[in-house]
Ligand binder design. Structure first.
Ligand SMILES: [Zn+2]
Length: 270
């Protein structure tokens, strides 16, 4: 499931390949994937637009159009945004195709069809429920301490709450908690300030390193060029049930927390 580092990698790839291109035609094959405001035709509105920029917010990729409108894209479980030249074989489960004047195209494919590409109007506050970007200057240690203070919520559930911090999913929540030596079920408000500082550092560090390795391909994630990431090879706990903890050697356990599989070390995460 693409999280912040995977979406960031896709966005960087798209920035290199499609910014400045003009959309000659939009084709929608599965209507529920491509959403538009009432009385607006997605295909008609998008055709003729220039790609002005691509950016990320949380786990969303935002394709900014010349008119000020944008295509806000959520990949959810299995969504893919892939650029291809005219000749390349089409991805399975392709639901939306933006064809450019030069013959290349940007395709949105999604086998499980949970993803969405939503056309939003200029200035529409579609992201008002999203929390702070963890790699922005706004995510300070003090802000994080304030966010956790007095909260009975398990710390892992809080890390996954997109209304507080935008972009962290199950992989990086597990990895950051392991790095900070914190038990995932600990009530957020019970963490000491040194522990919160360790976790703040771990969140920023693990996300940054994952971006450097172009994300984690634990399922079928690929970047905008169809290439797999590399961070799945250096995961410490996620998906490693029974393997030795890289820090203390005891076996990694898997429990369920907030309905999500949670991998951690009972011995060195407290
Ligand atoms: Zn351990």
């Amino acid at each position: 499931m693409p999280e912040l580092p995977e979406v960031e990698t896709i966005v960087r790839g798209l920035s290199r390949s499609v910014v400045g291109k003009r959309i000659a035609r939009a084709e929608v094959r599965l209507r529920k994937i491509a959403l538009a405001p009432p009385h607006v035709s997605f295909e008609q509105a998008v055709a003729g637009e220039e790609i002005a920029g691509i950016r990320r917010r949380g786990k969303y990729a935002i394709i900014e159009l010349g008119s000020g409108r944008a295509l806000v894209t959520s990949l959810r479980m299995t969504g893919r945004l892939v650029v291809s030249s005219g000749r390349r074989r089409e991805e399975r489960g392709t639901h939306v195709i933006l064809s450019f004047a030069d013959g290349s195209r940007l395709s949105f494919a999604d086998l499980r069809t949970f993803g969405r590409m939503r056309l939003v109007e200029p200035g529409e506050a579609w992201d008002r429920e999203l929390g702070v970007e963890p790699l922005s200057l706004g995510f300070t240690q003090e802000a994080f301490i304030g966010m956790l203070s007095g909260r009975p919520t398990p710390i892992k559930a809080l890390l996954l709450d997109q209304r507080r911090i935008a972009g962290i999913g199950n992989i990086y929540a597990c990895e950051a908690l392991w790095e900070a030596r914190i038990r995932p079920g600990r009530p957020a408000g019970s963490l000491t300030k040194p522990a919160i500082r360790r976790l703040h550092h771990a969140v920023v560090s693990v996300l940054s390193r994952a971006i450097e390795l172009r994300g984690s391909s634990v399922d079928d994630y690929v970047d905008a060029d169809g290439l797999r990431g590399g961070f799945q090879n250096v995961l410490s706990v996620y998906g490693r049930l029974g393997e030795p903890c890289p820090r203390c050697g005891r076996p990694i356990v898997r429990t369920v927390l907030a309905q999500r599989g949670t991998w951690w070390c009972r011995s060195c995460q407290r």
